[in-house]
Unconditional design. Structure first.
Length: 157
């Protein structure tokens, strides 16, 4: 059984912060939405078929599938995107990669291959191809579409 879907923004549902809490005042809590779903809204992906990709520590692709949940046939997550007021919920497909930008930091801090993230692009442009070298940054397993928590990051070539 899944939880009931409630609007992402509605001051009547979420309530107020406690006056004696860390904010020191009663402040309306008017919304709650996941970070990637918030990015979907922030990128104005309100129409079915519109998508956004967010690059940060990880990489997250969300595709608006409209008012009907679409089961993935390729290892993506079917989830709620958002719901505004009394409108019907909007669903999305999500593909997540755990390590993206974090790999740049790892190359800098652990391998010393670069001293600054800005060096990545000129370094990549300086070679004709990868020379057969591959690396899979599965430090915390593989996410979409494989979902293998036991996977580790191999390198070869």
């Amino acid at each position: 059984m899944l939880p009931r879907i409630v609007p992402s923004s509605d001051p009547d549902i979420w309530g107020m912060t406690p006056e004696d809490g860390p904010l020191g005042a009663k402040i309306p809590v008017c919304g709650a939405v996941g970070d990637q779903q918030a990015a979907l809204v922030g990128q104005a992906c309100f129409e079915t078929g519109e998508a956004k990709n967010t690059y940060g520590t990880g990489c997250f692709l969300l595709l608006n599938t409209g008012h009907t949940p679409v089961p993935s046939r390729h290892g993506l997550i079917t989830t709620v995107a958002y719901q505004f007021g009394k409108a019907r919920p909007v669903y999305c497909l999500e593909g997540s990669i755990a390590i993206a930008g974090a790999l740049v930091q790892w190359l800098r801090d652990n391998l010393g291959l670069i001293s600054d993230a800005a060096e990545i692009e000129p370094l990549a442009k300086s070679v004709e191809d990868n020379g057969g070298a591959y690396f899979v940054p599965a430090f915390s397993g593989l996410f979409a579409p494989y979902w293998r928590a036991d996977a580790r990051g191999p390198s070869w070539g």
